[in-house]
Ligand binder design. Structure first.
Ligand code: DAT
Ligand code: MG
Length: 152
């Protein structure tokens, strides 16, 4: 396994529904390391860049309307296999297809209100972290219980 970083965002529905603590807690309990965190209301330009791969899809404008509709909580998580591991914690895009035990499986119903975003690969993780965070906002630190989660 290699140490990776991934970009995770709690969407406006997750913030409005008071799910920020619940979601962060799931990543912490898993054993991933939080290395950046902030809240902001995304501009249209940033939302369009973030979802640029979906530009030609019929849901694109609605998706950008939704993502810019209120505060989001943006995070970078670090750990062995954290990119795929986060996608597993998050669950399938359609919440009704997402397994119980996943964030979307437990906390959402509608694909257009699926609570959370997570990067889907190395390239998207690096693009999305760079889009939303400056390098000065990413913290290198060693959790005091590291030896109890990671075999050296
Ligand atoms: P994911 O968020 O699981 O990576 P994605 O990248 O395919 O999923 O799509 C990005 C977001 O766009 C998704 O979280 C919700 C929205 N979306 C995707 N497909 C949709 C559809 N068919 N109708 C409405 N919204 C959709
Ligand atoms: Mg995606």
């Amino acid at each position: 396994m290699t140490v990776e970083r991934t970009f995770v965002a709690i969407k406006p529905d997750g913030v409005q529904r008071g799910l920020v603590g619940e979601i962060i807690s799931r990543f912490e309990r898993k054993g991933f390391k939080l290395v950046a965190l902030k809240q902001l209301i995304p501009s249209r330009a940033m939302a369009e860049k973030h979802y640029g791969v979906h530009r030609d899809r019929p849901f694109f404008n609605g998706l950008v309307d939704f993502i810019t509709s209120g505060p989001v909580v943006l995070m970078v998580w670090e750990g062995d296999g954290v990119i795929a591991g986060s996608r597993k914690l998050i669950g399938a895009t359609k919440p009704l297809d997402a397994d119980p035990g996943t964030i979307r499986g437990d906390l959402a119903v509608n694909i257009g209100r699926n609570v959370i975003h997570g990067s889907d690969g190395l390239d998207t993780a690096s693009f999305e972290i760079g889009l939303w965070f400056s390098s000065a906002e990413l913290n290198d630190w060693l959790p005091s219980d590291q030896a109890w989660r990671v075999e050296s």
